[in-house]
Every structure is written in structure tokens, then in C-alpha cells.
Write a protein that binds this ligand. Structure first.
Ligand code: NI
Length: 391
């Protein structure tokens, strides 16, 4: 067995302890004060130099020298009421680590310990980013970058990982290029004119207009986009009216726009706004469209992703590394990739004796803790290998 893998396995109980502590004490995006303090204490105990960034984030440094590789873990939880019945289930009502960021944090602490032990032989600097607020726009990553996470020292490359319920423990999935989509939030308010439903000529029916608008926007998405480029518009919420015999004043809708193509994303945002306003105006209604710009798409840098594939093959064998089929999910890791080469891989956490398990953001999400040393090994090995290969 690879000696890094061996070191990771030796640390399994500590990684599990960290993960369970963080799991039991989840905190929402940008409120990760206790989590931040816990990470700081753990780094302190390992004698690892670190500092606070973005209020509840931490940057830690191991090694020295000009070449620098960054490793990122997100640390926030979700507003979900946990239903796992685990002995270390969330002690906070309505808050849960349902996206595995507890595992990401624990695995990076495990990697920190492995790297600290080998600090003298590192051929450069490893920068650890414990990042708050992945789950909430504008995304902790954008704040970390704005506050200088990628300066002093400036990393040459960055890697991140995410637990993945669709792959078994011991498997890594990664793609070169498109990995996760940009994700924007859309809000519509259509103002019509209320009336008795028996006298439609005296009102302006926002429900009928909303119906037309939904169909129109789906056509717009289909016809404004190169069919070889993926794109999604989901209208996921519609509210209006209260009785069988009243035309309401107003309808509110919400939705999400997802894409891998920044040019089309910009163009279609403008078109959605203009078409919505014009279609409503045609009926004598008005429409306010608010677009909350979310994260850009994650595109894995070819060199970085290829490096990660080779590291993963070295640890898990050829069969342990498979191609990740891009998803229209969002991930604020994208912000790092706008500045330096970046790659993001998925770490299998499905128990071997199960064919499926509850997915990410599910109240029953329970990653197999056997995967934790694998993720710690991946993080530490890629840092050691990359610094050796880029001395
Ligand atoms: Ni996540």
C-alpha cells in the first residue's frame, strides 16, 4: 500500500472524530463561528500556522518555498432538519450537514496532519483553505478571493473535492473541462388587475399571463441556445390567487438558470428580462424580473484535472478512477478557477453493500465514513506529488 494511504488510514479515528464533532454542531452559511474555532484549535494542536479570513474562514500554511498548491474544503451546513437517527446527529434544530461539508473539513484536517509530518521534505508551500458559505450566494469562495486568499503566497494551482453518493467508497470521479454549471436565481412579480372571475373583461389575469410566460420562456431557452451546449431554465415556484371566483392582482414566480456557456448565460439573462416585460405589457400587465447572479460554472483545468487523475490512479488503481459526468449543480469553487488552474473531483461515499443511498441535500444523507481516509490521502498525496513535479 502507498505510504500516504497508510498514513491516512492510521488517522482514520481522528478524522472520524473531527467529522462527527462538526456534524453534531452544524452552522449555516457565514455563521460558522464554532466550526471556525474548532478548526483553529485542531490546527493549533498540530502546530500549523493559520489565520482567519472572510470572518469565519481559515487559511493555513504548511511548508515553505515559492511553489504553492492550495487545497480547499467548505465548512457550512444547510437549513434541513436531520432524519438520520445517527448517534452524532445534529444537535441544532433545522440545521444539518446534508452536503458532506463536515467530511470535507475533517478530511482536509487529516491531510494537514499527514503533510505537517512530512513538512521538512515538502518541495514548496501547501495552503489550506477552510471556506465558509458555499451554500449561499454570493458564495464564500468569492469573498475569500476578494480578501486575498489567492495572494501572499499566491498558489500556482488549487484542488477541491466533494463527497459523492453515486460512487462507492474508494472511487474517485473527475472530468476534464465542464464539471458543474453556473447557477442564477430568477424572481418574477407579475402585476395584473383583480376582478370577479365572471367578469374577466374588467380585470387583467396574471395567472393566464404567467402560464403563457412559462411556456414562452421554455421556448426561448430551446431556441436561443446552441443545442450542443447544455442549459436549463427551471421555473420551480408559482404563487397567485386565493379563490375559485377571483382574478388575483398578482402572481409571483421563482426559478433557476443553469449553463456552462458564459456568453449564452449573459445573453439569455437579458432576453428573459425583456421577453417577460414585453409579454406582460402585451396583456396590459407589468412584470418585475430580478436576477440574482449565482456562481459561474466549474470548468476543470486540463493540466490540473489530468494531474488529479494520475494521483487518484496511484492511490486507488486504474479501476478506482472514472469519468465524472458533468452535472448542472452549482459550486462556488468556480471562483478560484477564474484566477488559477483548478480541478475538482468527486469522492465516492456510497457503502459497498448498497446500490443507492440518499443524495446530497437529503435529510437522510449518510456518507460512509470509510471514505474519509481516502479523501485525506487524495488531498495530501496530490500536494506532495504536485510540489515534487513542479519544483
Ligand atoms: Ni456541497
Amino acid at each position: 500500500m502507498n505510504d500516504i494511504m497508510q498514513s491516512a488510514i492510521e488517522r482514520t479515528s481522528q478524522i472520524i472524530e473531527d467529522r462527527r464533532h462538526i456534524h453534531r454542531n452544524p452552522e449555516l452559511s457565514f455563521q460558522e463561528h464554532e466550526t471556525c474555532a474548532y478548526i483553529s484549535r485542531r490546527l493549533e494542536s498540530m502546530n500549523i500556522q493559520h489565520s482567519i479570513i472572510a470572518k469565519t474562514g481559515i487559511i493555513a500554511l504548511i511548508g515553505s518555498g515559492e511553489r504553492c498548491i492550495a487545497l480547499r474544503a467548505d465548512i457550512d451546513a444547510l437549513p434541513i432538519e436531520e432524519e438520520t437517527n445517527l448517534e452524532f446527529a445534529s444537535c441544532k434544530k433545522g440545521i444539518m450537514h446534508a452536503c458532506g461539508h463536515d467530511a470535507h473539513t475533517a478530511m482536509l484536517l487529516g491531510a494537514a496532519s499527514i503533510l505537517k509530518e512530512r513538512e521538512q521534505s515538502l518541495k514548496g508551500t501547501v495552503k489550506l483553505l477552510f471556506q465558509p458559505g458555499e451554500e449561499k450566494v454570493p458564495g464564500g469562495a468569492s469573498i475569500m478571493v476578494a480578501e486575498g486568499a489567492l495572494e501572499n503566497p499566491k498558489p500556482d494551482i488549487i484542488f477541491g473535492q466533494h463527497v459523492y453518493p453515486d460512487a462507492p467508497c474508494g472511487e474517485v470521479q473527475i472530468s476534464i473541462g465542464p464539471t458543474m454549471a453556473s447557477a442564477d436565481e430568477l424572481y418574477w412579480t407579475i402585476h395584473g388587475k383583480g376582478a370577479h372571475a365572471a367578469q374577466p373583461h374588467q380585470g387583467i389575469d396574471p395567472i393566464l399571463i404567467a402560464s403563457e410566460l412559462i411556456l414562452h420562456l421554455q421556448s426561448l431557452i430551446t431556441k436561443s441556445r446552441n443545442p450542443l451546449l447544455p442549459g436549463v431554465l427551471g421555473i420551480t415556484s408559482i404563487h397567485g390567487g386565493s379563490a375559485t371566483n377571483i382574478i388575483p392582482e398578482m402572481v409571483e414566480m421563482k426559478g433557476t438558470l443553469r449553463s456552462f456557456d458564459p456568453e449564452w448565460r449573459e445573453k439569455v439573462m437579458i432576453m428573459i428580462k425583456e421577453h417577460s416585460e414585453q409579454l406582460c405589457a402585451m396583456h396590459g400587465a407589468t412584470c418585475e424580473v430580478t436576477i440574482l447572479r449565482g456562481y459561474p460554472a466549474v470548468h476543470n483545468h486540463e493540466g490540473a484535472a489530468t494531474f488529479a487523475i494520475n494521483t487518484a490512479k496511484g492511490l486507488f488503481g486504474e479501476a478506482g478512477v472514472t469519468n465524472f459526468e458533468p452535472k448542472m449543480w452549482g459550486e462556488d469553487f468556480a471562483y478560484y478557477g477564474q484566477h488559477i488552474p483548478a480541478a475538482f473531483w468527486m469522492l465516492g461515499v456510497r457503502p459497498h453493500d448498497q446500490h443507492s443511498m440518499p443524495g446530497l441535500h437529503n435529510a437522510k444523507f449518510t456518507p460512509d465514513e470509510q471514505a474519509l481516509p481516502y479523501g485525506a490521502a487524495m488531498m495530501s498525496k496530490i500536494a506532495i506529488d504536485w510540489l515534487e513535479n513542479n519544483e
